[in-house]
Design a protein around this ligand. Sequence first.
Ligand SMILES: *Cc1c(COP(=O)(O)O)cnc(C)c1O
Length: 357
Amino acid sequence: MTTLDDLPIRDDLRGLTPYGAPQLDVPVRLNTNENSYPVPEPVVEAIGKAVAAELRDLNRYPDRDAMALRADLAAYLGHGLTADHVWAANGSNEIQQQLLQAFGGPGRTALGFTPAYSMHPLLALGTGTRWVPGTRDADFGLTAADVVAQVRAHRPDVVFLCSPNNPTGTALDPAVVAAVLDEAPGMVVVDEAYAEFARAGTVSALAVLPGHPRLVVTRTMSKAFGFAGGRLGYLAADPAVVEAVQLVRLPYHLSALTQAAARAALAHRDALLGTVAAIKEQRDRIVATLRARGHRVADSDANFVLFAVDGDQGAAWRTLLDAGVLVRDVGLPGWLRVTAGTPAETDAFLTATEKLS
Ligand SMILES: *Cc1c(COP(=O)(O)O)cnc(C)c1O
């Protein structure tokens, strides 16, 4: 039998295993920050109709530039953005891959601040971009002075910021984004996958797009919109950035079905985003309950919570799994991450965590 090692695969991919959280069949799955609520029935019907209307024309390629969808996304974002400022792809992972294809690549470097989204270094690997793992303070915080020092030391072509940050949950102080924009010689990507869950008063980097053509804000419909299976991510930036990613995107990368489904979902955004308040309530309940029991817990602006456990987090993960609750071991010694789901899922999680102390 041929094994991977027998193939003339790139040296930098040799010996690696594919990335992915375990997809285990357990009653309570709180490990990938999905929205626990199913798509509401009226939205199911609207998406069904929109997709059905495309079927007869599937002999034709879709709109390569997804103009109608981009206009809808711009209208959702506000901030005076238009379709020219927005680009869409199959998830914000694909958006970030395109950004690295255009602005990273062989001979170039990307800097992120660990722990942050684990896909950023993997996208760097896949695009041949050298990854520089930057650091945070002991409480996972980032100060403007610290990030500026790291940017100055490495002169990266691309800086990844993540706000609210996955896996810690906390949004960035806008002063940090401003400081990086001032100091970075290259592109600055702010991954705002969880923006809709942020606590009141949190400022999006969208507000500073004017006058910053090297700033890119990435967003997704996978989390707040409950549309992870639909695969729709997008960016907002100067129109020149959109021109740049069009140089590397595959032609017709976004299927007619995806475009139609996403537009129908956006048209029903009030119904879809209607779950956000309930999810934030469960998130705040998890934070308060675990803190009251003496756990260290990171502040969360997202739909998940990072909490500390006594001893080995792998053993704690297994204890919770044995109680029917799947959370995420993100590889941070002594910490686990849990998604805020429905009230019933949160009950199950909080009951299971009583076994930890
Ligand atoms: C979940 C997540 C995404 C979403 O990726 P998609 O490809 O849009 O599903 C992006 N960034 C971060 C930090 C995430 O946690």
